[in-house]
Design a protein around this ligand. Structure first.
Ligand code: GLC
Length: 425
């Protein structure tokens, strides 16, 4: 990238982030997502730090102000009233002072806060703010292993596809069959009014998303009951890798900030998780796979979740195989990394998480591969991400075959990731 072009990309990315800034939190995009989303915010802060460090901390601090008393950090915070989104607070009925959803999302905060702290220009302020966030992030991590790993296996399950952040991935199809659709209250979707219905989850999937929501609501969002009561319990390698990496990063940060007990607890969690990840490895697919915990079987679905596993310092030999697997995907797609293998008949180049590329996932895979010494593939993924931006702008996601921009436009976390990528390029 020439300097001029690079500056142009930076300016455009900053413009998107400022446009979606609502003061103390940032909306993912206008219209489609008018509130604060959990992992969006943590990754957004990484972009914001490049032009306003203070604002970056605020993004994460706001999120943690809405942490539940049991430690969970919800996936959406409904800061304002907006009937352009469904399901809204009146459906979730979480009972929180500021309404929130009742489920969680990938725990990337530990990673994000360490990155903010490590690169802070104002180290003193960063130490103070990181120290205040440490016990909150630790409580979230503890919540995960207490509530989502009842057999103490070292890996946590998601109980709703939205928790993985990969809403309609092919990974969930089989386990989703077990979720009934009868008894779902009538509803009107809003997402399909903002984006092309052909690129969004189907009606049948939506019914099941809502069945689970209603089921958990009927149990008063009591997290000590939800895992066992859910017909959908999936151990997602990508989701676990993010949590494991955040535990490891929080441990490093806690050591640096003089909190040895908190550091030890998180180191233990990450080490146990890393070991347990081996159970999800598939030699045949050259990547990790999801485990359907209800039936105790690996799910035959070569999705990006199993490649994202590279984010948590998997053994170097595994990272090398993952890198080769991505190399093979590159022979089938123009852009990296498709969220599903294009050779799979279930692949759909334009439908949300069933094929398209998402820059946040690219960012985390590239980071993990670089740490594992797979720098050439990490650079290739970064370059492919920047090519997508140059060709198609700051979209929510992209068709990996032709690069078409899809979903919401002027998308916050895409812009944030670009600011991170440009520094690396
Ligand atoms: C969609 C994505 C999810 C994201 C949210 C807001 O639901 O699947 O990962 O957090 O939009 O951008």
């Amino acid at each position: 990238m020439t300097t001029l072009k690079k500056q142009d990309v930076i300016d455009r990315a900053v413009e998107v982030l400022k446009e979606n800034d609502r003061g103390v939190y940032t909306v993912p995009t206008k219209g489609l997502y008018p509130f604060q989303w959990n992992w969006d915010s943590c990754l957004t802060a990484l972009g914001q730090r490049h032009f306003d460090e203070d604002r970056a901390w605020v993004e994460i601090e706001t999120l943690f102000q809405h942490q539940w008393p049991d430690g969970m950090v919800p996936h959406i915070i409904f800061h304002v009233y907006d009937d352009g989104y469904f399901p809204g607070p009146d459906v979730w009925k979480s009972g929180r002072p500021t309404p929130t959803s009742g489920i969680t999302q990938p725990a990337v905060a530990g990673f994000a806060v360490r990155r903010l702290y490590d690169n802070a220009r104002n180290k003193q302020a960063a130490a103070r703010r990181a120290r205040a966030l440490l016990p909150k992030i630790d409580a979230w991590h503890r919540w995960f292993y207490e509530n989502r790993d009842p057999q103490k296996e070292g890996l946590v399950a998601i109980i709703h596809p939205w928790e993985a952040g990969r809403d309609n991935s092919i990974d969930w199809d089989e386990a989703f069959e077990r979720v009934p659709t009868h008894g779902v209250e009538p509803y009107v979707r809003r997402d399909t009014q903002h984006a092309d219905p052909k690129h969004r989850p189907t009606k049948e999937q939506y019914d099941r998303y809502l069945w689970l929501l209603q089921h958990f609501r009927s149990l008063d969002w009591n997290n000590s009951k939800l895992h066992d009561a859910s017909p959908f319990q999936v151990v997602d390698p990508g989701f676990n890798a993010i949590l494991i990496r955040s535990c490891a990063d929080l441990a490093v940060l806690a050591t640096e900030l003089g909190e040895p007990a908190l550091a030890q607890a998180n180191r233990d969690r990450s080490e146990k998780g890393q070991e347990a990840m081996e159970k999800l490895w598939s030699e045949e697919h050259g990547q990790y796979l999801c485990l359907d915990r209800v039936i105790g079987k690996l799910i035959d679905s070569a999705s990006i979740g199993g490649l994202l596993a590279a984010f948590c310092a998997v053994p170097k030999a595994r990272a090398e195989v993952i890198s080769n697997t991505i190399g093979k995907l590159a022979e089938k797609a123009r852009f990296l990394v498709p969220s599903h293998d294009p050779a799979d008949p279930r692949f759909d180049a334009k439908r949300y998480w069933r094929g398209p590329c998402w820059l946040v996932v690219n960012y985390m895979i590239a980071d993990g591969l670089a740490v594992a010494g797979q720098t050439a593939m990490a650079e290739r993924i970064t370059q492919s991400s920047l090519d997508l931006i140059a060709e198609s702008g700051f979209a929510e996601y992209y068709d990996p075959l032709d690069g078409e921009p899809l979903g919401g436009g002027r998308f916050t976390w895409t812009a944030a990731m670009v600011l991170e990528f440009v520094q690396a390029a």
